[in-house]
Design a protein around this ligand. Structure first.
Ligand code: CO8
Length: 254
């Protein structure tokens, strides 16, 4: 891959976006490579999650502005659809993802981070959806994900003002899960991902599905899905092992 470096580390991958000369801006090649990375990791039976970060002073500073300058309506829609499709695939994947936000995380970059399961940010990171400063609006799912993540009032203010915020402010809003010292960002992300991946592998996937599906429906239907997924656990050897290990006062062997 030309813009992504994938390092496999035991049961997860560290994925670095490498286009530092343009602050890792997303063009169609970078986005397509992110989609291919998800496919590749899903087909690797050893790998169950990934950490996504950026090289240099940006996580991702947005969609590629130079590329968008020449768009007509059809091309704008096609680019939006490409990003939406790839980010949705990532979001619905059984892989657990943590965005390790090392620096600028703007526009399409913040939309990418929002499609990850968890966001850790360095103290030096800056986040925001500055699309309206360019006469645009978020086009890779940001107008839909941000209100779901932090509530409609706060999301509306961030999207309509186009303001950049610090990682501390992102934490206060519930956009960022944890603020880390820059030198500790990857360690902290790895520690959390390792903890998650030490739990029942199928239970994690089922819990992620329950959360994702529940967010997109009403309470009663969400409870129905939860019940189905919960019941399904009792057909899985993993659950028998987890319950037996507790009762036998030993660590489960997942
Ligand atoms: N696209 C293309 N190139 C970029 C981008 C970008 N988003 N961001 C930075 N660059 C380039 C700069 O042009 C510059 O290139 P060069 O060295 O050739 O002049 C290089 O990266 C370094 O950038 P700066 O010199 O500007 O670095 P600074 O440290 O001075 O500033 C900032 C850093 C504040 C991050 C600044 O670069 C900036 O404001 N960048 C743009 C941020 C932005 O507006 N992002 C949102 C883009 S719109 C978007 O993401 C829409 C998503 C939905 C698309 C839907 C499809 C239709």
């Amino acid at each position: 891959m030309s813009f992504l470096e994938i390092q496999i580390k035991t049961n997860f991958a560290l994925v670095t976006i490498k286009r530092p000369e343009a602050l890792n801006a997303l063009n169609d090649v970078v986005i397509t490579e992110i989609g291919a990375m998800v496919d590749e990791l899903e087909s690797n039976s050893q790998v169950r999650g990934f950490i996504l970060t950026g090289e240099g002073k940006a996580f991702v500073a947005g969609a590629d502005i130079a590329k968008m300058k020449e768009f007509n309506v059809k091309e704008g829609q096609a680019f939006s659809e490409l990003g939406q499709t790839v980010f949705r695939k990532m979001e619905l994947s059984g892989l657990i993802s943590i965005a390790a936000i090392n620096g600028f995380c703007l526009g399409g970059g913040m939309e990418l981070a929002m499609a990850c399961d968890i966001r850790y940010a360095s103290t030096v990171a800056k986040l925001g959806l500055p699309e309206v400063t360019l006469g645009l609006l978020p086009g890779f799912g940001g107008s839909q994900r941000l209100p779901r993540l932090i509530g409609v009032g706060r999301a509306t203010e961030l999207i309509l003002s186009g303001d950049m915020i610090s990682s501390e402010e992102g934490f206060r809003l519930g956009l960022v899960n944890k603020v880390c010292d820059p030198a500790e960002l990857l360690n902290e992300s790895e520690k959390t991902l390792s903890t998650i991946l030490s739990r029942g592998p199928n239970a994690i996937k089922a819990a992620k599905t329950a959360i994702r599906q529940g967010l997109e429906t009403n309470m009663d239907r969400g409870l129905g899905w939860e019940k189905q997924l919960f019941g399904g656990r009792f057909a899985d050897q993993e659950t028998k092992e987890g319950l037996s290990a507790f009762l036998e006062k030993r660590k489960p062997n997942f």
